[in-house]
Write a protein that binds this ligand. Structure first.
Ligand SMILES: O=C(O)CCC(=O)C(=O)O
Length: 270
């Protein structure tokens, strides 16, 4: 699959692009089942909410679950990613952010590249985020909210914001959170918009776009897969120990597309 010139123009101008139902309801269901299976596997890759209850995020499921291995290599995803990068891509980070109904916490306003520059000494923002809606995302369950066009201003600020120290494992947006003063000017200039749609919809977004999300106050869970593709010529150059492999991928070989279908491979959980 290839993006049209108009879609590329929209991505470059707005910093995000929605591809409605890129994956079918059946494929979304297979990915949901794969996530439920993966979320049961204990380990550091499984992050729980601060109250210790529900799962907040699970990292690197693509190395454990065949459905995700197929998804990240799907021509429907890799085609547009290569077009936007104008080069070959590998997986920098893979995670599913699971906002449980009535309780999933929000994400502060931030720019992803600020975190990756700080934590991994990543040189250039030559990455593409691909958000795959495993559930319908609506106005109630904490959609990602973008400040459209804000990526064109570059990084608002570099380094920690003075909040809690960056975690060694994964950088929480609190570490790079933008302040109300930062946000007021940005929103006055660019406005706000949210990415919503049915399960299987995909949102491509720029690593420098300002974004965040509110807690899930609705009765609908919101599992959002975010896979970040990096240009193979932009591998991080960490100054100390690299972050754990489940947070930042170390296999920097160019990904090949696969014809493998996204179908359930194992008995669904629950
Ligand atoms: O899952 C969300 O609502 C936002 C996640 C996010 O902004 C991020 O992972 O960078």
């Amino acid at each position: 699959m290839q993006l049209s010139q108009e879609q590329i123009r929209q991505f470059r101008t707005q910093g995000y692009l929605i591809l409605d139902q890129l994956f079918s309801p059946e494929e979304a269901e297979a990915l949901q089942d794969a996530f439920e299976r993966d979320a049961l596997i204990p380990g550091e890759h499984r992050v729980v909410e601060q109250d210790g209850g529900q799962v907040r995020a699970v990292y690197a499921s693509h190395v454990r679950q065949p459905e995700f291995a197929a998804m990240i290599r799907s021509p429907r995803v890799l085609g547009p990613v290569r077009q936007l990068l104008d080069g070959e891509a590998y997986i920098y980070q893979f995670k599913v952010n699971a906002k449980a109904a009535f309780s999933g916490a929000g994400w502060s306003w931030h720019q992803d590249f600020a975190a990756w520059q700080m934590a991994d000494n990543l040189q250039e923002p030559r990455l593409v985020n691909v958000g795959v809606f495993l559930d319908e995302v609506n106005e109630f369950n904490g959609p990602v909210v973008f400040c459209p066009g804000s990526h064109r201003d570059g990084l608002v600020k570099k380094g920690p914001s003075g909040g809690p120290a960056a975690s060694e494992q994964h950088v929480d947006p609190e570490d790079i959170a933008l302040t109300p003063a930062d946000m007021t000017g940005l929103v006055n200039r660019h406005g706000l918009t949210s990415a919503r749609g049915s399960a299987g919809t995909v949102v491509l977004f720029d690593p420098e776009i300002v974004h965040g999300s509110a807690p899930n106050i609705g009765p609908f869970r919101r599992r959002l897969l975010i896979v970040t593709y990096n240009d193979v010529d932009n591998v991080p150059q960490p100054l100390g120990e690299p972050r754990s492999e489940y947070v930042v991928g170390r296999d920097t070989a160019a990904l090949e597309t696969t014809a493998q279908e996204i179908v359930p491979t194992l008995e669904a959980v629950g």
